[in-house]
Design a protein. Structure first.
Length: 211
């Protein structure tokens, strides 16, 4: 006998079903920096694909100046991310953001974060973020309806806090890295490790941490 699960058919407004939070730093027209939180990012090899609102300051910056830094905060930094959430670097505030967002040019200061010079790109890194990916947007396309931009960013250089790196390797230690996860507009961390894929190159590090 096959038993059905009794699923419901629903229409959620958003589909953020557990994605990592990133802070994107880009360069404004006047040479200052913009810092924006977002949760639509995924990696394929050395390319990170980003989904951005088409009318935001980050989108405007990347159209003209393709350099960026993809900063990944740890779970403990969620409050800094949330301080950025209602802010926009776009002046005047876009129509669809009015009433909920306010213009703020000094995003780093507003979040309580420190800019740190990058090595290969112009926008700064976020000093407090354990992972910082210097990158360059190589392709920018609108989505089907024109509401969003799909950005393909080629990663040029990766900076990692030594505490999350497997000693003597270029591997991020999965048992040490605690990314901030955006789960249907709530912030989460990772739970206990359940296992690893057969392709894992950090199995020994994970087993050592468990002992």
């Amino acid at each position: 006998m096959i038993r059905t699960t009794g699923h419901l058919t629903i229409q959620p407004k958003i589909l953020y079903f557990g994605t990592p939070v990133v802070l994107l730093s880009t360069e404004n027209e006047d040479g200052t920096s913009n810092l924006a939180p977002m949760s639509s990012a995924w990696a394929l090899g050395q390319v990170v694909v980003l989904g951005l609102g088409s009318e935001g300051q980050t989108a405007r910056n990347l159209r003209e100046r393709p350099d960026l830094v993809i900063n990944l905060p740890s779970a403990e930094q969620w409050r800094a991310v949330e301080r950025l959430a209602p802010l926009t670097g776009r002046d005047p505030v876009p129509d669809h953001k009015r009433g909920a967002f306010q213009y703020e040019p000094a995003k780093f200061a507003a979040a309580g974060l420190r800019p740190e010079p990058a090595e290969l790109v112009r926008p700064p890194r976020v000093a407090e973020c354990p992972l910082q990916l210097e990158a360059r947007a190589v392709r920018i396309n609108p989505d089907l309806h024109g509401d969003f931009l799909i950005v393909e960013a080629h990663v040029l250089l990766v900076h990692a806090d030594p505490t999350i790196v497997v000693p003597g390797t270029d591997h991020v230690a999965p048992t040490a890295w605690r990314p901030l996860i955006y789960n249907f507009r709530h912030y989460f961390s990772l739970g206990t490790e359940l296992g690893h894929t057969f392709r894992s190159e950090t199995r020994a590090a994970g087993m050592a941490a468990e002992r």
